[in-house]
Design a protein around this ligand. Structure first.
Ligand code: AMP
Length: 197
């Protein structure tokens, strides 16, 4: 069986995960896996899960692990024949990463690499406020909500770097610069990791 390429694209809100994941998907023919997109879909469809998630998302807080973990299995199983996944905005906590390892491990695969984009807080704030004007996302529009999202990232999500570092899968990449330069650096990291994984 061909080896899968499963990438965790990691970084704070506004680090460029959406932009870079679109380019990586195109190049490596991966399936995009964004829990944020799935949750926004649930909200748009007016489901119970969407309603519950919306109040937390509007405050810039994470949705509970049980909710997120409950959503992921279907998407993984529906795309079992793909070349791999790019996880964008997931996992965001250690229990989520453990659940993902277990789900992938049970299916004979695993995470190949975590690509961690690093961008300073001031730059994040300015990028998200500009994005608010383009995409109209409510959680991008208010500096207090953005601050909450950055805080949630620092407290609950950033520790995941240690989780993947311990598995020797962490590659840190500077997320400030030209989109193409960053993309090329990410691709080199992917290619080195695919050889060693
Ligand atoms: P994103 O589109 O990845 O920026 O996510 C938007 C919002 O959805 C976040 O601020 C969280 O409220 C929620 N969310 C998305 N993914 C997750 C996750 N993996 N765990 C918890 N909350 C999430």
């Amino acid at each position: 069986m061909e080896k899968k390429l499963n990438i965790v694209l990691f970084g704070p809100p506004g680090a460029g995960k959406g932009t870079q994941s679109a380019m990586l998907i195109e190049k490596y023919k991966l399936v995009h896996f964004s829990t944020g997109d799935i949750l926004r879909g649930e909200i748009a469809a007016g489901t119970k899960l969407g309603l519950e998630a919306k109040s937390l998302m509007d405050k810039g807080l994470l949705v509970p692990d049980t909710v997120v973990i409950g959503m992921i299995q279907n998407k993984i199983d529906q795309n079992a024949d793909s070349k791999g996944f790019i996880f964008d905005g997931f996992p965001r906590t250690v229990p989520q990463a453990q659940a993902l390892d277990k789900l992938l491990g049970d299916r004979g695969t695993g995470i190949t690499v975590m690509l961690a984009l690093e961008v300073d807080d001031e730059e994040l704030m300015s990028r998200l406020l500009s994005r608010a004007k383009v995409l109209g996302r409510t959680d991008d529009q208010d500096p207090t909500i953005i601050e909450n999202r950055i805080k949630e990232y620092n407290n609950k999500t950033a520790p995941l770097k240690d989780f993947y570092r311990d598995q020797n899968k962490l590659r840190v990449v500077n997320g400030v610069g030209s989109i193409d330069d960053i993309f090329n650096t990410l691709c080199s990291a992917v290619e080195r990791s695919s050889v060693t994984a």
